[in-house]
Design a protein around this ligand. Structure first.
Ligand code: PLP
Length: 355
């Protein structure tokens, strides 16, 4: 059998409902993000059932997959667009995050040709150093963007945090964003209705009642699927953690030394594993590898299982402390981190089973 990813749709729905519940109490709209699921239509459908209006995607191919499986918009394109895909993005997406005036010009031209209206959210970098115009230079650029638009519309400003610099959302950086919105409104005499303040990592501010008034949109993926917040290094207590479980089959059971024999170089991925001599250990090999997931980031449901190492197709686990009797052909189950889930969802060798 292939590694199996069990996808519990009712837990995903419950999480979406709970995130929606929290955000709506604070007048914040939820854009539910499907990019970590490869634009999975079954998942998008339960998000819609939970009451999600806008679905956020980072890849136009995933939006096309959703549409061809009967999921309708509105869609938000989260990744600032490639010129080479702009035609398809303008045709299929209703909201587009942008950070380049050239792109805004091209979008405006395409909208005019297609007689289509799209809404743009201009991205501001408030410190994380991924996408967006640096906050100190932002007002002028956003004002420029509003002047380019006629068929398209700059409906707001947004920011993304916790993705490169690992910068945490704070009252200060949210206020920077609101300030920029205010200054653009003052200079253009047009109102910007959307302040798109963040992703999973910003939920904490809402929970603690520290989100400044005026931030009114969150784009959330991780929390809905995993109930975790990797940037803040926390589990979110009020969300389900087991919406996704990965199962893999044992193909070898042996007792071996914990340190290799012979002169050592690098592993298959150019890494140098760190070996600790713990004597002879009982180990299992799983039919699962770097190709299917990020094995080193899996969390065994049986805490006595310890992941040691993995190459493309083999994952080695230490089962010396496992109480039950393990046999070849048995399976082991794991929770996933965001990175592990991303790779499992996008790997064709991982079977997806909806429960
Ligand atoms: C991926 C992404 C999100 C969602 O992030 P999560 O951490 O999964 O909530 C939000 N905004 C942008 C721009 C993204 O790329």
């Amino acid at each position: 059998m292939r590694p199996r990813l069990y996808i519990n749709l009712s837990r995903i729905r419950a999480n979406a409902e709970r995130v929606l519940g929290l955000l709506s109490k604070h007048q914040i709209d939820l854009v539910a993000v499907t990019k970590v699921t490869l634009g999975d239509p079954n998942i998008a459908r339960v998000l819609r059932e939970a009451g999600v209006r806008v679905i956020g995607e980072s890849r136009i191919q995933n939006v096309e997959r959703l549409i061809s499986n009967g999921v309708t918009g509105p869609f938000m394109m989260l990744r600032i667009p490639q010129l080479s895909e702009l035609d398809r993005i303008v045709s299929l997406c209703d909201y587009i995050l942008v950070s380049e005036l050239d792109v805004v010009r091209r979008i405006e031209k395409l909208c005019k040709e297609k007689k289509r209206r799209v809404k743009l959210i201009y991205m501001i970098d408030v410190g994380d150093l991924r996408e967006g115009v640096w906050y100190e230079n932002a007002v002028e650029e956003v004002v420029q963007a509003t002047k380019i638009c006629d068929w398209a519309e700059v409906c707001g400003v947004g920011t993304n945090l916790g993705c490169y610099g690992g910068v945490l959302p704070s009252e200060e950086n949210m206020k920077l964003l609101l300030n920029i919105r205010d200054n653009v409104e003052r200079l253009t005499k047009k109102s910007l209705s959307v302040v798109s303040g963040g992703n999973t990592s910003a939920l904490k501010l809402v929970e603690e009642g520290r989100l400044p008034q005026g931030v009114n949109q969150f784009r959330v993926g991780e929390a809905i699927y995993l109930g975790t917040d990797v940037t803040n290094n926390r589990e979110i207590s009020w969300l389900e953690k087991d919406a996704f479980i990965l199962e893999a089959e044992v193909i070898e059971l042996k007792t071996k030394p914990s340190v290799p024999v012979g002169e050592t170089g690098f592993d298959a991925f150019g890494r140098r594993p760190n070996f600790v001599n713990r004597g002879w250990r009982r180990r299992a090999i799983l039919a699962l590898g770097e190709q299917d997931t990020v094995p080193g980031q899996l969390k065994p449901l049986d805490e006595r299982v310890e992941i040691i190492h993995a190459s493309s197709d083999h994952t080695i686990v230490d089962i010396s402390d496992v109480e039950r009797c393990v046999h070849v052909g048995d399976t082991m189950n794991f929770r996933l981190t965001y990175a592990a889930l991303l790779r499992a969802m996008t790997c064709p060798h991982v079977e997806k089973i909806y429960v």
